[in-house]
Design a protein. Structure first.
Length: 119
């Protein structure tokens, strides 16, 4: 998904905004790390993920930006959803997501699930 998004975006800057309770943050960070014109902002609950999880996505730098939020995962997700509700912000930043609120992720997961069922 990360490589495809970077290819489709071309020279248009894209901002991936996502919330994590740990594992998704590392997966997103490493998938998008170093991709041209892709900035990643990961919100996570301060003090509520393991030190290893935090190290896996908070130490990359470059185009990966992390923000510790005083609150739980739901507070982080609420901020992400609020940003996506702001049409002007979405356009200005080229907002996209990389977790369950991203339709492309859900579509891919549906295809995989259907294929497993049919086999």
């Amino acid at each position: 998904m990360a490589q495809m998004l970077a290819e489709v975006a071309g020279d248009t800057p894209v901002t991936i905004l996502t919330a994590t309770s740990g594992d998704t943050g590392a997966a997103v960070a490493h998938a998008f790390y170093g991709l041209k014109n892709v900035r990643v902002v990961i919100l996570y609950p301060n003090g509520k993920i393991s030190p290893l999880q935090e190290k896996l996505f908070c130490t990359l730098g470059d185009n990966i930006h992390t923000v510790a939020i005083d609150g739980d995962f739901d507070a982080c997700q609420a901020l992400v959803k609020h940003a996506f509700d702001d049409e002007e912000l979405k356009v200005a930043l080229g907002l996209n997501s990389a977790n369950s609120i991203n339709i492309s992720r859900l579509l891919a997961k549906s295809v995989i699930t259907l294929r497993r069922y049919l086999n």
